[in-house]
Design a protein around this ligand. Structure first.
Ligand code: UD1
Length: 359
């Protein structure tokens, strides 16, 4: 069996890393392709190196509008697939790279395994929702992290033989790298923080590309009477500067504006923070796994389990709602019960399904 995995953006380096280990341990023929959707050292190289993914082919596509970026990836990935003739391709997550990989493969009649299938926010304008729906509908093997994902797929009419409840590869990535983080990371000393701080991230298009939403988020951050550590995504940095909000935030006194962090350092900060403030999907889950409460800057989440278990609340991007949500969660203890995202065996299950189905 020859497997080709396709990644390109920061969260997907994380999601694929345990799978790459599992595939390598079984001596299966594997090629890892990086489209170059993310290309800055902080967004790409550090993750590639720290997660031991450097044995890969780098396509250097870079940024652009959705159509341009996805189209260029499609052209390049088609060439790579025609050259290498994989038996199956693996695409994790919901990025433009995920969509381009699936489209290139389906047109060449190469079977597709979607890792993290079945997630839905039910917001049809969200770029990631468009990508994940399209990828699910052209995939052959839908590897679902949760029961919720399975029921979403059933509601869309998928037949039982297409989806597999395997758990979440991020559980493995997060917990295994957290062990390394405890040995390696000196980020607390570097930033001069100990505990009791809030760790914030914002990058979703609906929050940062709209001036009012971003202004609200900045106003809320500045009004919160707590230390906030804020590693800023490049998209967000561009918009903060474009909308004239950057200086205000940087000079606020309570918000520590820093560059995006390495995975080890970020996990260390999640575990030590009193609260997470984020619009990321993966970080809502990592907060849960590392025992930190979360306030999510969105109206809906794909990771509904974190909300149902009482360790995450959704506050959108209104100033008052953010401030009230933070106050409420700062006074709550983390008592969230069982982990609904599976054990650390998702990669093992995925590779076993592929070994059985493709020979
Ligand atoms: C992408 C994914 C999103 C994921 C996020 C994680 C899509 C549609 N979105 O969003 O699901 O959660 O990655 O980070 O695929 N930029 C840089 N350097 C980089 C990468 C990006 O400066 O290394 C800037 C560029 O100006 C670029 C912008 O960020 O235009 C947006 O990058 P892009 O990858 O298109 O989307 P993300 O917002 O990162």
């Amino acid at each position: 069996m020859k497997i080709m995995s396709i990644v390109g953006a920061r969260p997907n380096f994380i999601k694929i890393s345990p799978l790459v280990r599992e595939i390598e341990n079984r001596n299966i023929d594997h090629r890892l392709i990086h489209t170059g959707q993310h290309y800055d050292a902080e967004m790409s190289d550090f993750f590639i190196n720290d997660l031991h993914l450097s044995d890969m082919e780098y396509l250097r596509i870079g940024s652009g509008t959705h159509g341009y970026q996805t189209g260029r990836m499609l052209m390049e990935l088609e060439q790579v697939m025609m050259r290498d003739k994989p038996d199956v391709i693996l695409v994790p997550g919901d990025t433009n790279t995920t969509l381009a990989g699936a489209l290139a493969a389906v047109k060449l009649n190469i079977p597709i395994g979607h890792v993290e299938a079945g997630l839905r926010s039910f917001i049809s304008t969200m770029p990631e929702e468009i990508n994940r729906v399209l990828v699910d509908h052209c995939s052959n093997y839908l590897f679902c992290p949760t029961e919720t994902a399975i029921s979403n797929l059933k509601n869309e009419g998928f037949s039982d033989d297409k989806f597999f409840l395997v758990g979440d590869t991020m559980v493995e990535a997060c917990l295994q790298n957290y062990i390394i983080a405890q040995e390696k990371s000196n980020i607390l000393e570097k930033l001069g923080v100990r505990d009791g701080f809030i760790l914030a991230t914002v990058h979703r298009a609906e929050n940062v590309d709209d001036k009012t939403s971003l202004q609200n988020i900045v106003d809320a951050f500045i009004s919160i009477d707590e230390r906030i550590v804020f590693p800023v995504h490049p998209r967000t940095l561009n918009r903060l500067k474009e909308f004239g909000l950057y200086d205000n935030l940087k000079d606020s006194g309570n918000v520590l504006v820093i560059e995006p962090l390495r995975y080890f350092d970020f996990l260390m900060l999640i575990s030590k923070a009193k609260l997470i403030l984020t619009d990321s999907g993966g970080i809502q889950k990592e907060a849960f796994l590392l025992g930190t409460l979360c306030v999510t800057l969105r109206d809906k989440t794909e990771w509904v389990e974190t909300v149902d278990l009482g360790c995450n609340i959704l506050v959108g991007s209104g100033v008052e709602k953010i401030i009230v949500g933070v106050e409420m969660m700062m006074n709550r203890e983390f008592e969230c019960g069982v982990n609904p995202f599976g054990d650390e065996k998702a990669s093992e299950r995925i590779v076993e399904v592929l070994a059985k189905e493709i020979s």
